[in-house]
Write a protein that binds this ligand. Structure first.
Ligand code: NAP
Length: 259
């Protein structure tokens, strides 16, 4: 597989979890990484790690729940690293920050989830695509979820946003297929991150199970995935080796039976 030498890669949700692992792998593959999230300390940590290993990375503190942010963010990245060639839409609000049955669902939490998980990828992709199309080369990779395919109990906003983003990316793929740009989704199962810690604590309590018992039965292969299990697919999809792959959604989910 070829590397990402010199490619400008913007990764949202870069400070921890899956986004951090993708940044690390992109740094190793030679990309210039624009690491985006709200928590400056976490961004500085991943940027420091990439630089220490000889790579190139910059931190961009930004709150993607603000609809005005994608435009200013892309302008800042363009100015310091160049036009974004690889966009990774990874930042997300989880289902378990405020889990509730639909009839009790909090409208503000619905709005926030849709803003970060669906509207921000819409805006970032729309704004990043013209430069990719002009260059005849680009990659958009969105970290969706197995909840892009099945519901999320007490997580209506999460499942709606993740189903929505899959449709958005499939459409973008159709529109860019002949232009040198690929657009794909990765659909993880349960991955050991802060977001998923909250979800499994909620489910274990709801089901009256011990946390360890609950966790060990989460996938047929056993337990949860690690963020590093997701990153290699993000490298492949960003590379020249992935040039004939577009409009796809890859489940990485420990063998959970998914369509
Ligand atoms: P995580 O460890 O909680 O990381 C979430 C990242 O998103 C953090 O870097 C967070 O940074 C960022 N973020 C959240 N709200 C933001 C905002 N308003 N503006 C900018 N950045 C924001 O969770 P994760 O599990 O790695 O999640 C990454 C992606 O994977 C999400 O899209 C999630 O839905 C998806 N996913 C996760 C799992 C799983 O089991 N973990 C399964 C399927 C899909 P700040 O808080 O600093 O802003």
């Amino acid at each position: 597989m070829q590397g990402l030498s010199g490619r400008v890669a913007l990764v949202t949700g870069a400070g921890r979890g899956i986004g951090r692992a993708i940044c690390q792998a992109y740094g190793t593959a030679g990309a210039k990484v624009a690491a985006v999230a709200r928590s400056t300390d976490e961004l500085e940590s991943i940027v420091g790690d990439i630089r220490e290993a000889g790579g190139t990375a910059e931190a961009f503190t930004a709150d993607l729940s603000d609809p005005a942010v994608p435009e200013t963010l892309l302008a800042s990245v363009n100015e310091s690293l160049g036009p974004v060639e690889v966009l990774v839409n990874n930042a997300g609000v989880g289902s378990s920050s405020d889990p509730k049955p639909l009839v009790e669902f909090d409208d503000e939490f619905w709005r926030l989830t849709l803003e970060v998980n669906l509207n921000a990828p819409y805006r970032l992709t729309k704004l990043a695509l013209p430069a990719m199309i002009a260059a005849g080369w680009g990659r958009v990779i969105t970290v969706a979820s197995i909840n892009s395919r099945v519901g999320s109990l007490h997580g209506a906003a999460y499942a709606a946003s993740k189903h929505g983003v899959l449709g958005l990316m499939r459409t973008a793929a159709q529109e860019t297929a002949s232009l040198g740009v690929t657009v794909n989704c990765i659909c993880p199962g349960p991955v050991r991150t802060l977001m998923n810690d909250k979800r499994i604590e909620y489910d274990a309590e709801r089901l009256g199970r011990g946390l360890d018992d609950h966790e060990s039965g989460l996938t047929p292969i056993g337990g949860r995935l690690e963020p590093e299990d997701i990153a290699p697919m993000a490298v492949y999809l960003a590379s020249d080796a992935g040039r004939m792959v577009t409009g796809q959604a890859y489940n990485i989910c420990g063998g959970i039976n998914m369509a």
